[in-house]
Design a protein around this ligand. Sequence first.
Ligand code: ATP
Length: 359
Amino acid sequence: MIKIDGLTKIFGEGAEAFTALDDVSLTIQSNEFFTLLGPSGCGKTTLLRMIAGFLDPTRGQLMLDGKDLLRHPPHQRPVNTVFQSYALFPHMTVSENIAFGLQMLKRPKAEIAATVSEMLELVQMTAMADRKTAQISGGQQQRVALARALAPRPKVLLLDEPLSALDFKLRKEMQLELKRLQHETGITFVFVTHDQEEALTMSDRIAVMNAGTIRQIGGPRDIYDHPAERFVADFIGDTNFLKAQMVSSTESGALVRLASGEEILAKAPEGGAPSAGQAVTLAVRPEHARLCERTEALLIGTLDNVVYFGTDTHYHVTMDGGGTFILRRQNQPGQTQTLAINDTVGVCFAPDTAQILKD
Ligand code: ATP
């Protein structure tokens, strides 16, 4: 539905020129919850602002339902934005804030009243319809900002880190709420965040960005279980990186040799495994590994630290070949700790959970 092709934004000129977005191409489907995820300064907001029309690209194409969006100014695009700051009018009531955009569009009075009441119900703010927005909480303001942006029924709703001002609990609640709103309205959501957990819990698909480029696009599970490269594996969740060497590539996987000398069949990256003899990096998630007997271990090391997190415990192991490996085990009632710091321990993991990364 949204087709972005070769979109580039260069700020400044000559020696001052800075490429904030570098030849970005992607397609966002209708009715999709699509997230742009990446570290600060990677170009997420720049891309969002170009879809909204607040910023012109240096080059590239931007189509919505087959029409060239770049030919239309912001107010003519069927797109609305929810900002981090909400930008509500404090002297107006909740209802007046929601009605504002519809009045600007000169919609009939009866239609405005009906839409406002529908939106109030959608975001569960009917009881506060007549309160001034300066007199409601941050979470409630966020709901009003959403209702106001959804009221004109845009085809696309752009959300720029809309939950970042909320406290942890409210943020969790609003994550589910946003997902529900997207589902109920059928509007395409393009959501910007640098919070990987937020992206994983809400999105249909995620585009992971770094330094003005898209590094990987996929569903949350896809991105988490099959990171294409080191940056993605590192940015999303915790990951152990192991140095290994390609031995051979077979139909069932890629045979690699670990520093310990053990050979395992690991998951090849998309586009095929590197050739035999090549040095590669393996990514292993902490929850996919366990401490085990030395006789069956893939790696041997020394237990450095045990950190209790309530739901789970993290074990830090310094490997015999160098480097640290972190394992995560879910805590069970009545579980006792039998290991001591400086114990020699074995590390095991199912080979099919080890992902070979493109460097
Ligand atoms: P954050 O999560 O911190 O909001 P972001 O991924 O949204 O970051 P952008 O706001 O898109 O990042 O900015 C991308 C890069 O472009 C940054 O390095 C920023 O400093 C630069 N940039 C943005 N606007 C301008 C501008 N008007 N002139 C020059 N450089 C700019």
